[in-house]
Design a binder for this molecule. Structure first.
Ligand code: ZN
Length: 78
């Protein structure tokens, strides 16, 4: 299976995801473009912003990836 999940038109490698917000962003700013979107935190302090459907897809992808990684994890030489 793929180790990428598409969020905000970007292919995000699942292994770079640190956490996924469980509640939509709200900061009260009038000009906020992220309101109602879910933050997906990546390594190195980066974030991407997911619509509800994208967040659900990401969570499903992460669940099946964790369960399905198995023996592929063993040796990465590079
Ligand atoms: Zn905001």
């Amino acid at each position: 299976m793929t180790i990428f999940c598409t969020v905000d038109d970007k292919s995000i490698p699942l292994y770079r995801v640190m956490w996924v917000a469980s509640t939509p962003h709200f900061c009260g700013a009038e000009d906020c473009e992220r309101e109602g979107q879910y933050e997906i935190r990546l390594e190195q302090g980066e974030s991407v912003w997911a619509k509800t459907q994208e967040r659900d897809d990401m969570l499903h992808a992460l669940e099946s990836w964790q369960g399905g990684l198995g023996s592929q994890e063993e040796e990465w030489d590079h």
